[in-house]
Design a protein around this ligand. Structure first.
Ligand code: UGA
Length: 434
């Protein structure tokens, strides 16, 4: 099948490469000339394990192309995977890029030649209807069918998430378009992924509802962690005991410094904006957004309480990204903790295995270390803000010898307690007794 993917961000690039891997002929289009030039040189704009090799393999095989222009050969399917940033006036999603991409693709398609236009960008319920009206003006013969096909991949495990999804959601009332989408994903369906055919509006809602629910789960376990701390219970035990109930499930019950990234914060706000437009109040989602914001601020205070006086003292922060496996620092809780430490007058030194370049762009007044040991040298206190696997394997005796103080604050409860204790370090975690 011939597929055009518009937008070479996380979703577009991973989808394009993986669809080529499934045997389709894919052209990834982006109006950002510099980005396309870099992609043509094999340089990827994002950090994702396995993606560079996959892109190189598929490009060499001729199945994956990059261009600033829509391809001359007509496509069977166009995936819209452009960004939907928060709008300037409120928190709703700015859909101008989605609308522009859909119009460009429809106008480019030869008249009468059928095209399925699938929106993969995360868009509010009802967007497909608006896109369809725009497209109908350009192709009144109905040859372009607008479908919703949300994507559920996570940064850091994007390829596995795309190639082994729990479900593929396709929202359309058109049987022909549904059959085409089923054909696109046939190898995944044959390997066991469920194909969920819905109304277009429902598919759009599923994406937001799923992200909001996961955000609620995280906010909930973080609240329980606070109570565990106060009541002398241990959140790891509570989380395990809860998660073994299959109705609850163990995923997304890891307490931490609050959720970050480009999706949960943006999508929960956008869902609230949609609800507001419809005159519906989403109390749980409102509470989740507020709780998560409060948590990011609260943890800054907590770190300061554990660290004692940090004024003019070096404090090491290990991890800047919002989660491991990515270089993305957008809405990262680490940034809030760093801001709190700076306000308290600490000399902050940061290390992240892959996110340093991104961190440098958003952080002022902090030093950056070349490695974890360099970062903790002379530190009064060490804060682990992201659970990178390499932090778990550090030599904690060496860390203890390098530090001036002995407090390690583990905001992800990821460090091996026994090893820190053996090294004479004081470990402060979350949701459990010290
Ligand atoms: C999220 C969803 O998980 C994907 O399904 C979705 O496709 C994506 O958003 C999107 O809308 O594009 P992502 O933001 O990449 O993916 O990362 P997650 O693994 O979901 O983590 C989000 C945040 O929650 C991170 O800050 C992470 O540290 C935090 N988290 C996650 C916890 O604090 N505890 C947990 O148990 C799980």
């Amino acid at each position: 099948m011939r597929i055009t993917v518009v937008g070479t961000g996380y979703v577009g690039l991973v989808s394009g490469a993986c669809l080529a891997e499934l045997g389709h002929e894919v052209t990834c289009v982006d109006k950002d000339k510099a980005k396309i030039a870099r992609l043509l040189r094999g340089e990827l704009p994002i950090h994702e394990d396995g993606l560079p090799a996959m892109v190189a393999r598929q490009a060499a095989a001729g199945r994956l192309r990059f261009s600033v222009r829509l391809p001359r050969e007509p496509a069977d399917l166009a995936l819209i995977a452009v960004g939907t940033p928060p709008a300037a006036h409120d928190h709703s999603a700015d859909l101008s890029a989605v609308h522009a991409a859909a119009e460009a693709v429809a106008a480019h398609q030869p008249r009468g030649r059928p095209l399925v236009l699938a929106v993969k960008s995360t868009v509010p319920v009802g967007t497909g209807d608006v896109v369809e009206r725009l497209v109908r003006r350009l192709r009144p013969d109905g040859s372009v069918t607008v479908v919703s096909n949300p994507e559920f991949l996570r940064e850091g495990s994007a390829i596995a998430d795309f190639l082994e999804p729990d479900r593929i959601v396709v929202g359309t009332a058109c049987a022909r378009a549904r059959a085409l989408m089923r054909e696109v994903y046939r190898p995944l369906i044959e390997r066991g992924s469920a194909f969920v055919a819905t109304e277009r509006c429902s598919a759009e809602m599923i994406k937001y509802a799923a992200n909001a629910f996961l955000a609620v789960k995280i906010a909930f376990i973080n609240e329980m962690a606070d109570l565990c701390e106060a009541a002398d219970a241990d959140i790891a035990e509570v989380s395990q005991g809860m998660g073994m109930d299959r109705r609850i499930g163990s995923a997304f019950l890891r307490p931490g410094p609050g959720y970050g990234g480009s999706c949960f914060p943006k999508d929960t706000e956008a869902l609230l904006a949609t609800a507001h437009q419809h005159g519906v109040q989403l109390r749980l989602v409102e509470g989740t957004v507020a709780a998560n914001e409060g948590r990011k601020r609260g943890l800054g205070r907590r770190v300061l309480a554990a660290a004692g006086n940090v004024h003019d003292r070096p404090v090491a922060v290990l991890g800047a990204t919002f989660k491991p496996g990515t270089d993305d620092v957008r809405e990262s809780p680490a940034l809030s903790v760093i801001a709190a430490l700076r306000r308290a007058g600490a000399q902050v030194r940061v290390f992240d295995p892959v996110g340093l370049a991104q961190a440098r762009q958003v952080l002022d007044g902090v030093a950056f270390a070349r490695g974890p040991y360099d970062c903790v040298r002379g530190a009064h206190c060490v804060v682990v803000a992201t659970e990178w696997p390499e932090f778990l394997r550090l030599d904690f005796r060496r860390i203890a010898a390098l530090m001036s103080g002995r407090t390690v604050v583990d905001l992800r409860n990821c460090l091996p307690d026994a090893k820190l204790e053996a090294a004479g370090l004081r470990l402060v975690g979350i949701g459990r007794r010290e």
